[in-house]
Design a binder for this molecule. Structure first.
Ligand SMILES: Nc1nc2c(ncn2[C@@H]2O[C@H](COP(=O)(O)OP(=O)(O)OP(=O)(O)O)[C@@H](O)[C@H]2O)c(=O)[nH]1
Ligand SMILES: [Mg+2]
Length: 295
């Protein structure tokens, strides 16, 4: 069941990373604040590990997206965690999003001193400028569109911006780059790769699917046993040496998955499980909590 492309795909990322890094470093020069999107279901794994170097010491606002799919308790803890790290932080559901004002206000708050200093130095008043960064699929385009759709005007190529860039004016004093910076997670860390695959942010096939299935089931049985019970009437006993096979067989039975040549169709069981993880029908799940990381 392991995918032959595993290695190739993982090695494929650094090149993209270097290119993204160059592009972002160029743009970042004219940005006042970075809005970094992370996925609330894995707020550490879905961060780019080199972001400090890339954005240097620009103020950073961390937004946890997809909070509708994550565990509310953990989301709260993660927001607090990032606040304690010294960032602005909040969680959002971009499918039902009406917190533009709050976001702009937080940016104003962070940049107040900077803007006032500029004014005191006699510089012409100008809008704050923000850039959205995040790994693939975290919600960057949705976020920009949501923010921009609200009586936004695209002001076109602005002088003073190094490359021709589209800037969106979101409020009188707030502008946003219309293209987000795409970053990559640190996939050479097995734990991170696993979490990212479970978010659907990269092809699940970069990892052997059976390993991913086992890791996910182990985690769910420890953290969310009730969700497994509700969804599959499944109770996992990790001390039972046959728990893996039993789990496959059980889901096949509950979901009436036809056997293949008299054997459980393992691939089909995993397909069903992962698609239910991806569409959130198993429930609100977070794959990591702040106590287990040292950021
Ligand atoms: N449930 C839920 N889905 C979301 C949320 N935000 C984004 N999505 C969905 O996540 C998917 C990816 O969103 P995009 O905005 O395309 O993500 P992106 O970061 O621009 O992705 P790339 O362009 O591939 O880097 C879409 O199907 C969105 O509808 C959210 O808060 N909740
Ligand atoms: Mg996009």
């Amino acid at each position: 069941m392991a995918n032959e492309n595993t290695k190739m795909n993982i090695h494929w990322f650094p090149g993209h990373m270097a290119k993204a890094r160059r592009e972002i470093s160029e743009k970042i020069k004219v940005v006042d604040i970075v809005i970094e999107l992370v996925d609330a279901r894995a707020p550490y794994s879905s961060k780019n590990p080199m972001i400090h170097e890339i954005i240097k010491n620009k103020p950073r606002f961390i937004i946890l997206t997809k909070k509708d799919m994550a565990d509310d308790q953990y989301t709260k803890q993660w927001v607090q965690y990032y606040e304690q790290c010294g960032y602005q932080a909040m969680s959002v559901n971009l499918k039902n999003f009406n917190e533009y004002q709050k976001i702009i206000e937080k940016c104003r708050y962070v940049l107040k001193d900077k803007m006032e200093k500029e004014k005191a130095r006699g510089l012409k008043p100008r809008a704050m400028r923000a850039m959205v960064l995040g790994i693939p699929n975290v919600g960057k385009s949705t976020f920009i569109n949501r923010l921009a759709n609200r009586k936004a005007t695209v002001t076109g190529n602005k002088p003073g911006v190094t490359k021709a860039q589209q800037i969106i004016r979101v409020a009188k004093d707030f502008e946003l780059f219309d293209t987000p910076g795409v970053l990559w997670p640190k996939l050479d860390d097995a734990h991170v790769a696993q979490n990212i695959a479970l978010l659907g942010s990269i092809k699940q096939s970069i990892l052997p699917l059976d390993d991913l299935f086992i890791a996910a089931m182990r985690y769910l049985s420890l953290h969310y046993p009730q969700l497994l019970k509700d969804r599959y009437q499944l109770e996992i006993d990790l001390d039972n040496e046959n728990w893996i096979i039993d789990t496959f067989d059980h889901i096949a039975k509950v979901r009436k998955i036809k056997p293949l040549k008299g054997e459980t169709d393992y691939d089909r069981v995993m397909e069903v499980f992962f698609s239910e993880i991806n569409d959130g029908s198993i429930g609100k799940i977070t794959w990591e909590d702040p106590s287990c990381v040292n950021v």
